[in-house]
Design a protein. Structure first.
Length: 458
């Protein structure tokens, strides 16, 4: 670490909330922008110190990496929105380096979250009676059989050839089980925090009892011998979980190594030095930065808003507003025109990912405006506080969209593994379809939020 970064970290001191920013009506655009970027740079340096002092504490190191990514995104996003106010060459270079850093640090967390999501989905789809972590841990390749909490029922199922044949299906003879209600989930997302709508929490309190001869699937409260027989993961789901765990754990290990190498590289030290400079002085455009803040900042924030609106208008929100239109699933299964062409699902999801990034930039633009307080600290400039709240909700819906689409892509990639068993391929196919339905539900939720946001803005 260079002396400049060490000195800036010491000057940053402990993390404290900002007091009152410069009054927007009396400050220049450079004053407000500098105040906001100084605060974000100070948080970045404190997070860097926390990461260095975490040692072997993996949880603390992960939290420090999350805070580093958060500050890097805000600095790079602010430099993008308010680029005309800063030295453009310096801003473009620092923004590209912060994007690289944020993407590098995010990979390890993304792979871990993706594995947890897919394990939970397999647990839910197979009707397992044990928690997902217990059911999926320690899955081996030798026999490919599921590990179950009910030992006697699982052993009997493994000894019976008839039970083994029935286990090819994820839910055996349970066609009556209804699929998750994408529309209902999306509506609940509007009234609950995102965690309350997690897929792994669906169907809580009941266990699907499957594989009963002639009886079909039925739901009954947890407990009893039927739960012991039906609670084990099936052969296909167990093998699919083991395959996903191997692939995503390997990817996570490689991402962790890449993050450590990045944090020790000269490239990162150069980025840290630039942020240390940002904590005390922001290179500004001499002419643009001296203009009044109330004349320079709102038009740039409005430009970011117009870009968001234009991108959102290109989305198929009309079709996404109808639950179970299966557009996400159909496009996800479409064939590619060439072997080296990107999957159809990636081409379909790209506009939604772009809108997610523009929503984030719009939020950062509002944060800069809110940094400039009214005279005598009477409150933020934003006349409609609900706009920030709805933008946050829209961003969370699109983040669930991204997580589901990437999980579906991981399931599809695992299904392309050579020489896997038919039962494993079938389980991965069902898992892919489930995640594409989650994509559709997230689009439905975003459409509802966006409609309210547009109505309130008009």
């Amino acid at each position: 670490m260079t002396d400049g970064v060490m000195g800036a970290e010491a000057a940053a001191g402990p993390a404290v909330g900002p007091a009152v920013g410069p009054a927007l009506a009396a400050a220049t655009a450079g004053d407000v922008l500098s105040w906001y970027l100084n605060a974000q740079a100070g948080d970045f340096l404190r997070s860097l110190r926390q990461q260095r002092e975490s040692g072997v504490d993996a949880e603390e190191a992960a939290e420090a990496a999350r805070l580093l990514r958060r500050c890097a995104r805000r600095i790079s996003g602010t430099l993008w929105v308010y680029r005309p106010l800063a030295d453009t060459a310096w801003a473009d270079h620092l923004r590209s380096e912060l994007v690289w850093l944020s993407a590098t640090l995010a990979l390890e967390h993304a792979y871990a979250a993706r594995l947890n999501r897919l394990r939970g989905a397999l647990h839910r789809l197979s009707g397992a009676g044990a928690p997902a972590d217990e059911a999926m841990d320690g899955l081996g390749d030798a026999a490919g059989d599921a590990r179950a909490d009910a030992g006697a029922g699982d052993a009997a199922a493994q000894r019976s050839p008839r039970a083994a044949r029935r286990s090819v299906s994820l839910t055996a003879d349970a066609p009556q089980d209804p699929p998750p209600d994408a529309g209902g989930d999306a509506v609940r997302d509007m009234a609950q925090p995102p965690a309350a709508a997690a897929p792994a929490q669906r169907e809580a309190g009941t266990t699907t009892v499957a594989g009963q001869r002639g009886g079909g699937g039925k739901q009954q409260p947890g407990g009893g011998a039927d739960e012991a027989r039906g609670g084990a993961l099936t052969v296909g789901a167990a093998r699919a979980g083991a395959l996903l765990e191997r692939q995503l754990t390997l990817a996570r290990t490689r991402a962790h190594t890449a993050a450590l190498q990045a944090l020790g590289s000269s490239r990162f030290h150069a980025v840290a030095d630039a942020v240390a400079l940002l904590a005390s002085e922001v290179p500004l455009d001499a002419a643009a930065a001296t203009r009044p803040a109330e004349l320079s900042l709102p038009p740039l924030a409005e430009l970011a808003h117009r870009r968001l609106v234009e991108a959102a208008e290109t989305l198929p929100l009309g079709r996404a507003g109808h639950p179970y239109n299966a557009e996400a699933l159909v496009h996800g299964l479409a064939a590619t025109p060439a072997a080296d062409a990107p999957p159809a699902s990636e081409r379909q999801d790209a506009p939604w990912h772009q809108v997610r990034q523009l929503v984030r930039l719009r939020r950062y633009a509002l944060e800069v405006l809110d940094a400039g307080q009214r005279p005598e600290g009477t409150g933020p400039v934003d006349a409609d506080p609900s706009l920030s709240v709805r933008l946050l909700a829209a961003g969370q819906a699109l983040e669930r969209h991204r997580d589901a689409s990437e999980a579906a892509a991981a399931a599809a990639a695992a299904a392309r593994t050579p020489r896997i068993a038919p039962a494993t391929a079938y389980a991965l196919g069902v898992l892919h379809a489930d995640q594409r339905h989650e994509v559709e539900a997230a689009r439905f939720a975003f459409g509802r939020i966006w409609h309210r946001l547009v109505v309130s803005a008009s």
